[in-house]
Design a protein around this ligand. Structure first.
Ligand SMILES: *Cc1c(COP(=O)(O)O)cnc(C)c1O
Length: 462
């Protein structure tokens, strides 16, 4: 089948189709996949449609070469059938021209479900067509692991290994991972930090003999399929308001906010993309000062944004440099070596056309949760609060709507919400027995050899 081709941001990998991009994640030259050209989508193709129909209208442009319309529709429909809110990504007004785009109505209460529920189904379908197997390994500080398990648990030909730092994820997050009843799900409680877990995952991928032997793959946000699926809610939200908005996005790995740039490049009118960071402000510094420099990761109340590098920024740099893959490759090599790059004036100017950035610390995050509760009666989670605080720093314009991406349900982070408001947000009814379900996990010392032996044995037994 012919379809849209994908190229690497570093220019040294062969172009390939959507299913290859989906199954591989990272390009073989270390770059990130991007469409060779952005499809153009008119808002009239989205307006008045259900969320699933809108997702199909967007995703068919990317996936159409490898999946039939019927296959794509079936997977999208079943992905969103299990959400708690039939609107999937409802828009609620919390102030004059200030909206929350609620992205947390999926199975694990965070926005990652919106892309991963579709991705998992397409992944299994692509494997079945090719007759292959895959081993997905992920390190998680909480949300990615539970979303990956919810998306891949029970699927044929896939074994899922999720490593979380033992004792360092919230109890809700841990139980969402460890209470999965599916036999293809394997939880590792690593006796170390998240950085230890991530370093082991990197080592496993670098061990090419091992990686090939178990068909190792990743479903983290560098996978272009996730970006494509996340671009959909920028379209549906804009279609509902019938005018261009400023989107304010709580940002970690830069995947969600880059999905907004993707929507713009597909023709959607967006006023501005506001990058909201917590104290881990590498992206705010890069956009405001022109220096992209890794710091030390700090623990904050919004742990899913506690990152040192923002992998998807490479995609924005590729675009901002006029798709100059040679420059992007050199810049990423410099960054790998020096942990720092100075952005050229032309790249900074191109980024400034779409992005603004603000940083919010934990004190202001708590104050924002309290303020929103006092003014509207709503409880918001700390990630959403970081973005609401950033929205508050924008000039007030009575005619231009601001949409804050609300990326997690408050019940997923009850401690911060209680500290700010004295209230404990209730879990949705389907999760009320979460604390009574049986947990399954294996504690391992942070040692690549041990983890590798564990994976090899489980894959052999599957
Ligand atoms: C992952 C996550 C983010 C950050 O998204 P990126 O795509 O990594 O920028 C923000 N909020 C929540 C709740 C998350 O789980």
């Amino acid at each position: 089948m012919t379809g849209l081709r994908f190229i690497s941001t570093r220019g040294q990998a062969p172009a390939c189709g959507f299913a290859d991009v989906l199954l591989a994640g990272l390009a073989p030259d270390g770059g990130l996949y991007m469409p060779e050209a952005w499809p153009q989508i008119d808002l009239s193709e989205i307006a008045g449609k259900s969320y699933a129909e809108a997702a199909f209208a967007v995703l068919k442009h990317f996936a159409g070469g490898d999946f039939t319309d019927a296959e794509l529709k079936a997977d999208i429909d079943s992905a969103y059938a299990g959400f708690d809110d039939a609107r999937i990504a409802p828009l609620v007004e919390i102030g004059p021209n200030l909206f929350l785009l609620e992205l947390f109505h999926g199975p694990t209460l965070a926005f990652k479900d919106i892309a991963l529920q579709v991705l998992g189904r397409l992944f299994a379908r692509a494997l079945a067509k090719r007759g292959g197997r895959a081993t997905v390994v992920a390190a998680t500080s909480g949300d990615t692991g539970s979303a990956a398990i919810a998306a891949l648990g029970g699927l044929a030909n896939i074994e899922v290994f999720v490593m979380h730092p033992k004792g360092r994820v919230s109890e809700v997050q841990r139980r969402q991972m460890t209470t999965s009843a599916h036999t293809n799900v394997h939880n590792i409680a690593l006796e170390g930090s998240f950085d230890d877990a991530q370093a082991i995952v990197k080592d496993l991928f670098a061990d090419t003999v091992f990686a090939a032997s178990v068909h190792l793959t990743a479903v983290n946000s560098i996978n272009f399929a996730r970006i494509a699926a996340q671009s959909v809610y920028y379209f549906t939200a804009t279609a509902q308001l019938e005018k261009p908005a400023t989107f304010v996005v709580p940002t970690g790995n830069f995947g969600d906010v880059f999905a907004g740039e993707a929507a713009m490049r597909m023709g959607l009118a967006i006023e501005k993309l506001v990058v909201a960071t917590n104290a881990n402000d590498i992206m705010a510094r890069a956009l405001n000062e022109g220096v992209y420099e890794a710091g030390r990761a700090q623990h904050t109340l919004s742990p899913s944004m506690d990152i040192q590098v923002a992998s998807n920024f490479e995609r924005a740099l590729f675009e901002a440099s006029g798709r100059d893959a040679d420059w992007t490759r050199r810049a990423m090599a410099d960054f790998a070596r020096d942990k720092r790059i100075v952005l050229p004036a032309s790249v900074r100017a191109a980024l400034a056309e779409r992005y603004e950035a603000f940083r919010t610390d934990d004190t202001e995050t708590l104050a924002t949760i309290r303020l929103v509760h006092a003014e509207t009666g709503r409880l918001i989670d700390p990630h959403t609060a970081v973005a609401v605080a950033a929205a508050g720093r924008l000039p007030i314009d009575a005619f231009k709507p601001k949409i804050v991406l609300s990326t997690a349900h408050p019940a997923k982070f009850p401690d911060a919400v209680r500290e700010a408001t004295g209230q404990i947000p209730p879990l949705p009814p389907r999760l009320t027995d979460l604390f009574n379900r049986e947990e399954k996990m294996t504690a391992l010392a942070p040692d690549k050899g041990l983890v590798q032996a564990y994976i090899t044995a489980r894959v052999a037994a599957s």
